[in-house]
Write a protein that binds this ligand. Structure first.
Ligand code: CAA
Length: 697
């Protein structure tokens, strides 16, 4: 299959162009094409050197991940890479866009590498539950040194061209036309009669593992901290170590076996699922490419509270001029000062410099008058969660904002249609539910009201992309997808404490499952009063047949709001965020259990895990069934980006499929019988359990 790899000769240099849109992934046709074209160049008497380049937006961005579910076809990428470096004529890789994974490994088979200044390179395979299986773990240490190689392989973060040059991965950075620069470089190699660099050959300074014990320990430790529970970074380290212990051929033979095991592991399947789920989330069936997002060149945020400030920073970081609207001059000044402090924090952590802060602050202006919004393209309301307050704001926005401006509300659970009805232009109203802290959290829940116009929704999705966020679309219901599906987990966590578990047991079980923090420690962090207020606002809608979160209410009545109060489910020492178990919590739980007639008992870890997770899964199934989420994977993307659900478990719906829907349905039925109405099984779950189906296909 040579048609996906072009062949042209310029002077004495053959230019092989890989053309497999969108990202030139190294599927079987490309692998065969490269081998065929390289052989053609080797046999071509008019050719003395070869340039390998990608057409379109990028050098190959890696192996074709979709092929991982099928048996591997020969030639394996490893054979292609080995074949490249056996060619007697110098081969130059010309890198632009993103040379990732197998793409970077392909360049390591080439004898030289040149790159556009904007090119990025890396080995992100660990994020897919695998490791660079086409000899990257052997060749990269020889090219870049062990420390830099481990940095790329274990952490999976790409680097820019300049860093790659520092690391010795890139020989030359080409300004201007890359292809011409690469051909000129190849001609220079020929003119200078430079020897070919063969990265599979032993390199001085790469020797016995013992000499690198400290470096290896550093990356083991980083892998444990940053990718807790995930196997692939550790397997990658083992593979690199093999390269120190064995000759190249033996090490890559061991890698071949290891790679197959990794690729077929549950973690890799889940991580690959997550990769495609995130890309799928951006696709809305009835909003195709023909729907153009509205132009957003200016933005405004109503309210400079914690959420508003985070949104302002996220917009200003993306280069948008932002107006902040507050009720009074004092509130405005205080809000702007806090925004300055947020940037100071980033400077302290080395993420920004003073010039960067000044640039961003210059984009942020403030006003107390809605009249200032007359030329703004998008207004995001981030006021107090009170429906009447929000309706009032939207009525004012209706008079103040220009025609066609997007009017977005950041509510996390309220009825967007009721808010939209306060305006004469409900088609322009959407929900943009940010997560705290809004400038740092990746998730943005875009909520589609009954009357939201398709291009208004497309604008929300585009804003997410522009601000570096993952957008997921939800329909209107109380709590939308994210909060509605998470609430049952938190609810069960608090019921379990009432029934006899300790907060630390509940949190431990869920962190052992892979969550970064337990739900009760998270409640302490975000404040128990937030959901207390919500419960109180819904008091008149509470169904008396449903079990109620009395214990959580009692904690708030006692002022145990969490970290900010120094005590919640745990206690906190002054200036310390570490949760410390508190016997008083147990005493309160005993008291509430007595009042409610709840029998206290020993609770097993299994019950905690099942009740917390299955409650969320059952709700997720209802959300899916009701059409609030377009697809099960959208719910998973929310949990991955919004709640730190372990990526290597795919998300709650994927986990459910892996556990088995029949088992989950049986357990949900049992909990329903035991704990009542809140556990009513989702009809979709019941049906799929019966049919042996899955949520996630
Ligand atoms: N295989 C198959 N499809 C891929 C792909 C890959 N390696 N990389 C991207 N795609 C697809 C995406 O699914 C998407 O498809 P749809 O349009 O149908 O949704 C399309 O290409 C465009 O991708 P993005 O939407 O992600 O585009 P972007 O511009 O935002 O990002 C990118 C581009 C940085 C390359 C990003 O796609 C990415 O990170 N890709 C994965 C890179 C990677 O992990 N490479 C290692 C692969 S494993 C490997 O190489 C193993 C080995 O050692 C042999």
């Amino acid at each position: 299959m040579t048609n996906v790899v072009g062949y042209e000769v310029e002077g004495r240099v053959a230019v092989l162009t890989i053309d497999n849109p969108p990202v030139n992934a190294l599927g079987i046709a490309v692998r065969e094409g490269i081998v065929a074209r390289v052989d053609q160049a080797a046999a071509d008497d008019n050719v003395d050197a070869v340039v390998l380049i990608g057409a379109g937006r990028t050098f190959p961005a890696g192996a074709d991940i979709r092929e991982f579910d099928r048996p591997t076809k020969e030639p394996h990428l490893l054979a292609v890479v080995d074949h490249l470096d056996s060619i007697e004529k110098p081969v130059v890789a010309a890198i632009h866009g993103t040379a990732l994974g197998g793409g970077l490994e392909l360049t390591l088979g080439c004898h030289f590498r040149v790159a556009a200044p904007s090119a990025r390179m890396g080995t992100p395979e660990v994020n897919l539950g695998i490791f660079p299986g086409a000899a990257g773990t052997q060749r990269l240490p020889r090219v870049a040194g062990l420390d830099h190689a481990l940095e790329l392989i274990v952490l999976g973060k790409p680097i820019g061209a300049a860093t790659a040059k520092d690391y010795g991965i890139v020989d030359e950075i080409v300004d201007g036309d890359l292809r011409a620069g690469a051909v000129a470089f190849a001609e220079k190699v020929l003119a200078e009669n430079r020897p070919r660099n063969i990265s599979s050959e032993p390199r001085e300074g790469i020797g016995a593992p013992e000499a690198f014990a400290e470096t290896i320990e550093k990356y083991r430790d980083l892998a444990n901290r940053r990718m807790r529970g995930q196997d692939s970074p550790h397997i990658a380290i083992e593979s690199v170590l093999d390269g120190l212990r064995m000759p190249y051929d033996e090490a890559v033979a061991a890698d071949r076996k290891r790679f197959e095991v990794c690729k077929n592991s549950d973690q890799s399947k889940a991580l690959r699922y997550a990769f495609f789920a995130e890309r799928e989330a951006g696709k809305i069936p009835d909003i195709g490419k023909d729907v153009t997002p509205r132009v957003v060149e200016t933005a405004a945020v109503i309210g400079a509270g914690t959420m508003g400030r985070g949104i302002v920073v996220s917009l200003a970081d993306a280069g948008l001029p932002v107006k902040v609207i507050e009720a009074t001059k004092d509130l405005l000044d205080a809000g702007l000062a806090e925004i300055g402090k947020l940037y100071d924090g980033m400077i302290k952590r080395g993420r920004l410099d003073e010039a960067g802060k000044a640039e961003r602050m210059a984009r942020i202006t403030g006003d107390t008058d809605y009249g200032a919004l007359s030329d703004t393209d998008m207004v995001i309301e981030a006021a107090f969660e009170d429906l009447d307050v929000k309706k009032e704001i939207f009525a004012k926005l209706d008079s103040a904002a220009k025609p066609g401006a997007i009017l977005a509300t950041n509510t996390s659970y309220m009825d967007i249609d009721a808010i939209a009805a306060a305006t004469s232009r409900p088609a322009d109203v959407i929900g943009l539910h940010y997560f705290v802290p809004a400038h740092a959290m990746r998730l943005l829940e875009v909520v589609r009201g009954e009357k939201s116009a398709p291009d208004a929704i497309a604008t929300g999705m585009a804003l997410a992309k522009k601000t570096g966020k993952t957008a997921v679309l939800a329909r209107v219901c109380h709590g939308f997808i994210a909060n509605r599906s998470r609430l049952p987990l938190v609810r069960e966590a608090t019921f379990l404490v009432e029934e006899g578990a300790s907060p630390e047991q509940v949190d431990r079980v869920l962190t052992e499952w892979g969550m970064p923090m337990g739900p009760l420690a998270v409640s302490d962090l975000s404040g128990l009063d937030v959901s207390w207020r919500m419960r109180r606002s819904l008091a008149d809608r509470h169904d008396p047949d449903e079990r109620y979160m009395h214990l959580a209410d009692r904690m708030c009545e006692l002022g145990r709001f969490g970290q900010k109060a120094g005590r919640g489910w745990y206690v906190y020492e002054e200036g310390n965020r570490r949760p410390v178990p508190d016997p008083e919590t147990e005493a309160i739980a005993i008291e509430v259990a007595k009042e409610q007639g709840t029998e206290r008992r020993d609770i097993s870890d299994d019950e905690i895990r099942e009740r917390c997770l299955y409650a969320a899964i059952n709700e997720g199934a209802k959300i899916l069934d009701e059409g609030i989420a377009l697809r099960a994977s959208d719910i998973d993307v929310m949990w991955l980006s919004g709640f730190g659900y372990p990526r290597w478990r795919g998300g709650i719906m994927f986990s459910a499929d892996e556990i088995g829907l029949k088992h989950i349905h049986d357990r949900v039925q049992a909990f329903h019988a035991q704990h009542g109405k809140l556990w009513a099984p989702s009809p979709l779950l019941a049906r799929l359990a019966e049919e042996g189906g899955r949520f996630t296909g």
